[in-house]
Ligand binder design. Sequence first.
Ligand SMILES: [Fe+2]
Ligand SMILES: [Fe+2]
Length: 206
Amino acid sequence: MLFGMELSQDTKNILGLQLPTDPRWVNLAEKSLEDILTDHAYCEQKAATTCITLIQRYSEMEKLVTELSPIVTEEWGHFRLVLAELHKRNLKLGKQRKDEYVNKLIDFQQKGGHWEDRFLDNLLTMALIEARSCERFKRLSEGLDEEYLRNFYRRFMESEAGHYTLFIELAETYMDKEKVRKRWKEWLEYEAGIMQALEVRGDRIH
Ligand SMILES: [Fe+2]
Ligand SMILES: [Fe+2]
């Protein structure tokens, strides 16, 4: 168990996120499938590259390296699935866009101070992106008209839920659980603020 009872409760409320996605978002996303698949494809790509960066930066941490190595493969597999879906539908992988959501999360990361605090923020940023992606994929898996796409997104939802858990677990492996829990709460609050401020648009996963 990660946070004991509290985590299982959090998981029920979609991973502790403080603000559910605006219900209008799924309908907007459905109308701009090429854009949403393109944005999704780059999200998967960034997840893979960030895991590689973490492995490079924290190479002395055996558990982290061991656990994140297969995630790189998995995220790259996700990228390929989304790419195949685009091609199957005669849609094109467009250009990568500025990721406002992720940029705002990076703003909240500690820049100086102790390396451990920066390490913790790196892991929690990833946990949060996984949690929010999981929530968005859940919305798509429930709200899209096309059954095939609903199932398509259900698979991503399940996978990202596992990743969310892994990043929290890694944080707890290397740092005090109480410290992790406290900082995670701060991140959840901050993220809710971002979600509130961001424009609801159908061409972005976040
Ligand atoms: Fe993924
Ligand atoms: Fe993931």
